[in-house]
Ligand binder design. Structure first.
Ligand SMILES: Nc1ncnc2c1ncn2[C@@H]1O[C@H](COP(=O)(O)OP(=O)(O)OP(=O)(O)O)[C@@H](O)[C@H]1O
Ligand SMILES: [Mg+2]
Length: 249
């Protein structure tokens, strides 16, 4: 599903501020694989997701999605396939708009021809059904302004928005970092459920080793722009939080 061939990303090349954020990354992620990425601050985790999403352009190397060369595609061209969830629950949604209008906006953004999409009653029913999957009672509050919802509620809705448009890939950059422990656990469980239920290919960045041990079927450890450990499903199943902690010393 995702193939990175010798991907490098250097910021501020040729200046004293030069940073080699990604160094010759070779990575193949299969369809429906759920990859957890861990690593110290500044090790290149977000840059990796940004390059895959087309928010940042690689300095060298190629990126294939589903066999198609998308190396130089910008994010809007990939948004049909790739959904993103960020640390900040306020990113990715418009506070002033209602829940339903946020879903309409998201639908319009990802469909080329679709100004008519998102205004009919069929669309509303679909939104309602999907939101009901969260089990948070938000399906009855479609007219409520997004800005009046808690961070956890917004993050949960952003997850659902990601699967409205049949995205195949979901990239999550510390989606629970800004949430209280209980809500964080809920969002992680929902993310896991949604990835499984919709058969998505997922990449999740987290600093919580417990989540890394609990979720996904592969773990990458990044250090200084390189992937230094790549643990596949069989091995991952046997790994404990303690094993993961040992990587960081
Ligand atoms: N737009 C940018 N311009 C210049 N340098 C950048 C830019 N984005 C990232 N970097 C640098 O690239 C390196 C990797 O950053 P990145 O954000 O990918 O790390 P990270 O692993 O996500 O860290 P964290 O855990 O703190 O989120 C860092 O040294 C960072 O300062
Ligand atoms: Mg980051």
């Amino acid at each position: 599903m995702i193939e990175l061939n010798t991907i490098s990303k250097t910021f501020n090349a040729g200046t004293p501020q030069q940073v080699r954020a990604l160094r010759d990354i070779n990575l193949t992620i299969a369809d429906q694989e759920f990859v957890i990425v861990v690593g110290a601050n500044g090790s290149g985790k977000s840059t990796l997701l940004n390059v895959i999403a087309g928010v940042a352009m690689p300095s060298s190397g190629t990126i294939l999605l589903d066999g198609m060369d998308v190396t130089h595609w910008e994010d809007y061209r990939k948004s049909r396939w790739i959904a993103r969830i960020f640390q900040d629950p306020f990113m990715g949604t418009a506070s002033e708009l209602s829940i339903l209008d946020n879903f309409r906006l998201a639908a319009i953004r990802t469909h080329k021809k679709g100004l008519s999409i998102g205004i009919d009653s069929k669309f509303k029913t679909k939104v309602q059904e999907r939101i009901a999957m969260l089990g948070l009672g938000l399906e009855d509050k479609l007219e409520q302004r997004m800005g009046t919802l808690s961070g956890g509620q917004r993050q949960a809705l952003t997850l659902i928005m990601a699967v409205m448009d049949d995205a195949k890939i979901i990239l999550l950059d510390e989606p629970s970092a800004a949430l209280d422990p209980r809500t964080a656990a809920l969002i992680m469980a929902k993310a896991n459920e949604i990835i499984r239920e919709f058969g998505l290919t997922g990449i999740l960045i987290t600093h919580h080793l417990k989540d890394a041990a609990l979720y996904g079927n592969r773990i990458l450890l990044m250090r200084e722009g390189s992937v230094v450990h790549d643990i596949k499903a069989d091995e991952k199943r046997k790994m404990t939080v303690g094993d993961l902690q040992n990587w960081f010393v």
